[in-house]
Design a protein around this ligand. Sequence first.
Ligand code: FAD
Length: 146
Amino acid sequence: MAPQTLAQSKRKKRQGIRTMTKTAHGYNYDYFVIGAGSGGVRSSRIAASLGAKVGIAEYKDIGGTCVNVGCVPKKIMAYAADYHGHFEDAKGYGWDVTAPRRLNWKKFITRKNDEIKRLNGIYDGLLESGRHLLRWSRRATRPTHH
Ligand SMILES: Cc1cc2nc3c(=O)[nH]c(=O)nc-3n(C[C@H](O)[C@H](O)[C@H](O)COP(=O)(O)OP(=O)(O)OC[C@H]3O[C@@H](n4cnc5c(N)ncnc54)[C@H](O)[C@@H]3O)c2cc1C
């Protein structure tokens, strides 16, 4: 392979392309995971903990569907909506609930997004702490059309 110019090498580094030592089988990784969702993060950590050289690519937000657009935001929204009924019930138990009961949507969305960011950070930390584990913030593609 022709040696790289400094500019090429810098560009590759910027793009996250690293020169790597090959595995015993002649590949860059023992195990390469596409997608850092619940399944990808867990399986890559298990493989890395067993000594495999692992790569994981994620082109969107770490944590995948569950954290970013699935279970977590759904539950936050469901819990928030549930309070409305609790305020009504509270009256029956003698609570004086006279304050206007309005959801501040802007505040709610900020809190929801903060919680998701916190979880993204935890997932990030899980991957960072994995030995033999390299993270690629990009979409995995095939070199040829298929
Ligand atoms: C609205 C909603 C609510 C849900 N609620 C629950 C619940 O309460 N409880 C529950 O158990 N489950 C729930 N689920 C299901 C749960 O979210 C999924 O089962 C879980 O996220 C699947 O995890 P996964 O790792 O297989 O895939 P995902 O989390 O979808 O991860 C796949 C990842 O791969 C990435 N990716 C895809 N292609 C590429 C590529 N070429 N290169 C790089 N990255 C790529 C994507 O960006 C994504 O982050 C819910 C789902 C939805 C949509």
